[in-house]
Design a protein around this ligand. Structure first.
Ligand code: NDP
Length: 286
């Protein structure tokens, strides 16, 4: 954020002094649906909310957060590529953010920056509550070993699945990720040449952002397999198209997770839990 952009934001904010200020920070951030989701939540409670998208590059987050704090900002969402940087700046982290090493939800308590990671609870809520897809006792394969995978694996383990196998383009990164979570439950790197069918395959790669599906063993997907893509798009994502070809039982994308992780952040900031179903319906209707 430039000094001029900060000044413009300040001017805008003082026009809406009665509104609570929140923002999503990332790069790129222009596509973010968070402002719309949070405004729809705020309408449910008559909360006057100003929710901004702010383009922030790596290494400048501390400065931008300082500027937002001086504007009495209530809370901040953080997206790619700033989640790890955000966690490192926090004086206090929830267990979910600490174990993930990444924060997507920030706020201040007595001037101390606090961070949470709501991606995992968002995914679990979408699977279990919105789609009635039980996790307990299931064998789950996670594709990808980046920040999103790190955010969702602890929550999936806590939801009581029987095993998570991680598969990544760079296998060493998968091994390193698995090592971080060994103490939390049964998590392994997917065995090379494995022909086991998974109950749920979760695409946590960013391949879809470039119009691709990640490579994965076709044998993972059987007729009872649910395939879930953290990415979302108006049409079926490349991963979900591939899963459909392989005969998956159900295909879901990340719109529901997006709304559920936002709801957890909203509750944290405003102290009230919004209803997510109408907001998800409004998002999908567009
Ligand atoms: P990262 O950059 O941290 O990690 C990217 C991962 O994707 C790495 O494991 C990388 O593999 C893998 N990857 C990238 N391109 C390919 C490819 N062509 N083929 C196979 N694997 C590939 O990104 P994040 O983990 O932060 O985000 C991942 C996705 O999750 C994004 O699309 C993001 O939008 C989505 N997301 C959705 C949320 C929601 O609410 N719905 C919330 C959070 C994230 P390698 O290690 O080999 O490079």
């Amino acid at each position: 954020m430039t000094t001029q952009a900060a000044a413009e934001l300040a001017t805008e904010f003082y026009r809406f002094q009665s509104a609570r200020l929140c923002a999503v920070l990332g790069q790129p951030v222009s596509h973010s649906r968070s402002p719309r989701i949070h405004r729809l939540f705020a309408e449910q409670f008559g909360i006057s909310l100003q929710y901004e998208r702010i383009e922030v590059s790596r290494g400048t987050l501390r400065e931008v957060l300082g500027a937002l704090r001086s504007l009495h900002c209530t809370g901040v969402n953080v997206t790619v590529p700033l989640k790890e940087e955000a966690a490192a700046l926090c004086a206090r982290l929830t267990p979910a953010a600490r174990v993930a090493g990444a924060a997507n939800t920030l706020w201040w308590e007595q001037d101390e920056l606090c961070g949470d990671n709501t991606d995992g609870v968002g995914l679990v809520a979408d699977l279990e509550q919105n789609w009635q897809i039980p996790i307990r006792g299931r064998r789950v394969v996670v594709l990808g070993a980046g920040g999103a995978a790190a955010g969702v694996i602890p929550a999936l383990l806590e939801a009581g699945l029987s095993e998570i196998a991680v598969h990544n383009r760079d296998p060493e990164r998968a091994t390193r990720l698995v090592a971080r979570f060994l103490s939390l439950g049964h998590v392994v790197a997917l065995r090379e040449g494995s022909t086991d069918v998974a109950d749920i395959v979760i695409n946590a790669t960013s391949a879809g952002l470039h119009g691709n599906a990640p490579e994965f063993p076709a044998s993972l997907v059987g007729r009872e397999t649910v395939c879930y893509d953290l990415s979302y798009a108006p049409e079926a994502t490349p991963f979900l198209r591939r899963a459909r070809e392989l005969g998956a039982r159900a295909l879901r994308d990340g719109h529901g997770m997006l709304v559920e992780q936002a709801a957890a952040a909203f509750t944290r900031w405003h102290g009230v839990a919004p209803s997510t179903k109408p907001v998800l319906a409004a998002l999908l209707a567009r």
